[in-house]
Design a protein around this ligand. Structure first.
Ligand SMILES: [Zn+2]
Length: 120
């Protein structure tokens, strides 16, 4: 089954299926063209004609990415312990200064982890 597609000049081109993904020349304008591969594009089963080859998806390419680094995990544990300690002390009518300090240290670790600050 030949592959049909169009050059940017508008000329309709038919090539054998074996050339899918390869290169061919437009007979009208002599431009070098990449033959679309209908199998690589994975069209819907109902589609009769390969319409448009999808652009390859960009992967990576930056973007803000949040990963649960050890610093963040440690900070979360520190926050949880600090908060638990604080309320435990509060329930005994005592205020422990170390509990909020621990909580704040945990918070700082989480924030630093999120923003990718060096760990030292
Ligand atoms: Zn052309």
């Amino acid at each position: 089954m030949p592959i049909s597609f169009r050059c940017s000049c508008g000329n309709a081109i038919n090539v054998p299926a074996v050339l899918a993904g390869g290169r061919t020349k437009c007979p009208a304008c002599a431009a070098t063209l990449t033959v679309p591969d209908p199998h690589a594009a994975a069209p819907a089963p109902a589609a009769k004609k390969p319409r448009r080859v999808r652009e390859p998806r960009e992967d990576g390419g930056g973007g803000f990415r949040i990963a649960l680094s050890p610093a963040v995990a440690g900070g979360l544990v520190s926050m949880a312990v600090g908060a638990g300690w604080f309320f435990f002390a509060l329930s005994n009518n005592r205020i422990s200064i170390y509990a909020p300090v621990m909580f704040v240290f945990g918070l700082v670790a989480v924030v630093r982890g999120f923003f990718g600050a060096p760990e030292d």
